[in-house]
Design a binder for this molecule. Sequence first.
Ligand code: NAP
Length: 288
Amino acid sequence: MAIIISGKDLAKSKKMKMAEEVKDFAHQYSRVPHLAVILVGEDPGSVSYVRGKEKACIEIGIQNTTIKKPDTIEEEELLTIITLLNEDASVDGILVQLPLPSHIHSERIIQAIRKDKDVDGFHRDNVAALYLKQPGIVSCTPKGILEMLDSISYELEGKRACVIGRSKIVGMPVAKLLLDQNATVTIVHSKTKHIEQVTKEADVVIAAVGKPRFVRADMIKEGAVVIDVGVNRDPLTNKLCGDVDFDQVVSKVSYISKVPGGVGPMTISCLMENTIECFLKHMEEEHD
Ligand code: NAP
């Protein structure tokens, strides 16, 4: 029977460690890390993600400011808010909750965030740093996935990994991180023919498709490790479900993550970690 990689438990212990670290900051630096989150509109998924981030900030002792704006906001106003946050020395991290309404150019907004406050790791300089293997902010979901594999001491070197999905925020960066660990990585996407032939060869499968129960047992090799990134609504029950048909796949694999309780909590704890990292860099610059 497979072992469940609990992102929830891992994230909990990471948050406890961070809370210990942050405890000393007020005394040491006269302030604590500060994360500013911009929420546009009232999409239930986005509202719930932002609430999760607020909760994690409270647990760790990170200052949190959430700026809520209606979905009628003009792009210029949003850019002005980002400029103010960029210039505010008390703010260490800025996150714009995605997706944004269609009249706003998301890319223009994301690129307006100062790279040293880009806790999501989406700024072009941070993306370039990842691909050039230079220091930078690594985006939260891919970072969390690698930590989940690390938590089971999984040796990626020489293994075959298959990433399903090639998005800028999950598929591509996680493939790069796997490659950096010397795995042999194949990325499959909506135009790939006979996906199952590729996934069946893989020792590790990362599913980031956004389609409920897309990955079936017959697509997976016996004993593989499967990480499910998907966050979907089951069309029948409306309950949260992943990209992997967990009930089918679980009996075939060695390790698997669940939805909910898998990658999601790790993404949030890595966001907190990135906020602390930005804060420490700012403190270092202040004291230079
Ligand atoms: P996305 O931007 O929509 O990308 C989905 C990827 O899946 C695309 O590359 C697409 O291929 C591929 N795809 C779509 N249909 C396919 C098919 N039939 N066969 C093979 N590949 C197919 O999504 P995303 O932002 O990467 O997110 C993926 C999932 O992860 C979503 O459920 C999202 O909610 C979830 N997510 C979770 C977290 C978390 O923290 N837990 C964070 C981010 C995302 P093409 O490029 O060819 O279109």
